[in-house]
Design a protein around this ligand. Sequence first.
Ligand code: HEM
Length: 459
Amino acid sequence: MQASTPQQRLAPHHELPRDAATVAAYRTPVRFARDPLAELEAISGRAAGAVVRLNLGFLRPYLITRPDDVQHVLSGHADRYVREGMMWQPVRRLTGNGISGDGPQWKASREVLRPMFAARHVAALTDLLAVTVNEAVDALDEHAKTGRPFDVAEAMTRVADLALGRAFFGGGIAAADGDRLGQAVATAFTSLTARILLPFAPRWLPLPGDRAFRRAVRTVDEVMYPLVAQRRRQPDADDVVALLCQTRDGDGQPLDDRRIRDDVVGMYVAGTETTAMALTWLWVALDANPAVAERLRAEVEDVVGDERPGAAHLPRLRYTRMVVQEVLRLYPSGWFLPRTALASDVVGGVRIPAGSTVVMSPYLTHRMPSLWERPDVFDPERFGPERTGRHRFAYLPFAGGPHQCLGSQLFMVEAQLVVAAMLSRFRPRLRDDGPVHPRAAVTLRPSRRLAMTITRRER
Ligand code: HEM
C-alpha cells in the first residue's frame, strides 16, 4: 500500500467534519449595529470562504460564502434547508405561505406561477413594460425644465411599482389604489425591521412598528380582495390576477381568494423593492464611473437615437445589459438569504446541527477576492461575451436552485428599458452630497437620500 502524502492527508474530503470557528460579533455590537455590512465583509474576508458561526448573542447563524457550499444549501441539498425563522416568519404575516413560503404550499404556488414568467410571457409583457417605463420617465421631464432635483430612490420606486402593477393588474387597478398598495407594502416592510432583528421575540410582545404593520396589511387586503372579485367577473382580462382566477390547482379546483391575494402580494413584495433599489444603485455606479456612463450613453444613442425604447431595441443594448449585471454584482438587492437546517448536515467540512440558521449572502460572495479580480472595481467587462467559466454560484443576484427568482428576466428587460428611456432623453447627474455606501435593510439601500438633477439631451 502506498503511503499518503501530507497533501493527501490534508485534502478536505479526507477530513472529519469540524465545528465552525465562532466569530463573536456581539463583542462589537456598536460597530455591528452601525454598519452590519461592513462588519460582515470584514468577517467574511478573514474567513476566506470557510464556514464560520456568527455569535450575535441572540442568534448564532452559520455564514456560508464559498460557491460550492452555497450551491450545496440552495440547490444540491435544498430539501434539507427551509425558509423558516429569521426574516421569513415576519414576512409571511404579509405574504401568507404561498410563493414566499416553503414546503407543499410553496411548491403548488411555484408550479402555477412559473409559466407566467416563462420567456414567451415576458416577451409578451415587454411592450406593456415599455409603455409604462416611457410614461414614468416622461413624467420626469418637469425636473429637466425646472432644474429641480428629485429623489432617485423615490423615482425608481415609482417606476418599479407602476411596471409590476400593470403586469399584475393590467388596467384593473385605479392609480390611487396602485399608490395605496405600493405605499402599504413599503410600510409593512420597513415596519418589520424590529421583528426581523429580534426573531425570537414572541408574537404577544409589542415591538415598534407592529401597529403600522397591521394597518398596512389591512390596506393591502382592502385593495387586493375587491380586485380579485372584480377579475373573477372579467375572466377575459389579460393580467396576472385574471390568469390566477382562471387557474386550477393540482386537484382541478379553482384557487381561492386568499391564495391569489397571498401569491400576488408575495410576488409584488419580491419584485418591487428589489427592482427599485437595483435601479437606484445603477445611477450611483454610473455617477462614480464616468467612462462607463459615457460608453453606455453612446450605446443608447446608437441603438435608440430619437425613438422611444421598446422590445426591438433590447437585443442590441448589450453593454447596457453588462452594466446592469455588474450593478447586481456590487449591489445585489437580495443581499442575504437565510435558511433553517431541517437535519444535521456537513457544509464545507463544518458540522451544521439540525435547527441551525444558515445565511448565504450574494453581497459577500460577489466581493470575494478569490473569485473576483479587484472586486471593489465597477467593471461591466466582467460580463462580456468572452468571459465564461465562472462557477454558477459565484454570481447569484437571483439566488439559484428551487427558489431561484421568478422575475429575473422581467427585471433585466425593465432595467434595460429604464436606462434607455432615461439616457435617450436626459443627462442625469447626482448632486454631490458626500459619500454613499450600502446599508443593510431587507434589501440593500443607499446610506442616504440621493438627489438627481437632469437636463434634456441635446440632439
Ligand atoms: C433586481 C431585481 C431582483 C432581485 C435582485 C431579486 C432577487 C431574488 C432572490 C435572491 C430570490 C431568492 C430568494 C430565496 O432564495 O430565498 C428571489 C425570489 C423571487 N423573486 Fe426575485 N428578484 C428581483 C426581481 C424580481 C421581480 C421583478 C419579480 C417579479 C415578480 C420577482 C419575483 C420573485 C419571486 C416570486 C421569488 C420567489 C421564488 C420562490 O421562492 O420560488 N423578483 N428574487
